[in-house]
Write a protein that binds this ligand. Structure first.
Ligand SMILES: [Zn+2]
Length: 60
C-alpha cells in the first residue's frame, strides 16, 4: 500500500511519517456521524495547541 502524504490542517506542512509509516501527528475528528470531518495535524501543532486543538480546528 502506497502512503499518501497528508498535510497539516493548521500549518499546511506535509506531515512526516515514522519508519513504521505512522504519521508524526494526530488525526482529529470534528462533528458527529455523517457530518464528521477528519483533519490531520502535525506533531508540532499538536504540541502547540494541546487541549485547544479540537476547538482550533473546528473554527477552520
Ligand atoms: Zn502543523
Amino acid at each position: 500500500m502506497k502512503y499518501m502524504a497528508e498535510k497539516c490542517a493548521l500549518c499546511k506542512e506535509n506531515i512526516g511519517t515514522t519508519f513504521l509509516e505512522k504519521l508524526e501527528g494526530t488525526l482529529v475528528r470534528v462533528g458527529e456521524g455523517e457530518n464528521s470531518r477528519k483533519f490531520y495535524v502535525c506533531s508540532g501543532c499538536q504540541k502547540e495547541h494541546k487541549e485547544n486543538l479540537k476547538e482550533k480546528i473546528s473554527k477552520l
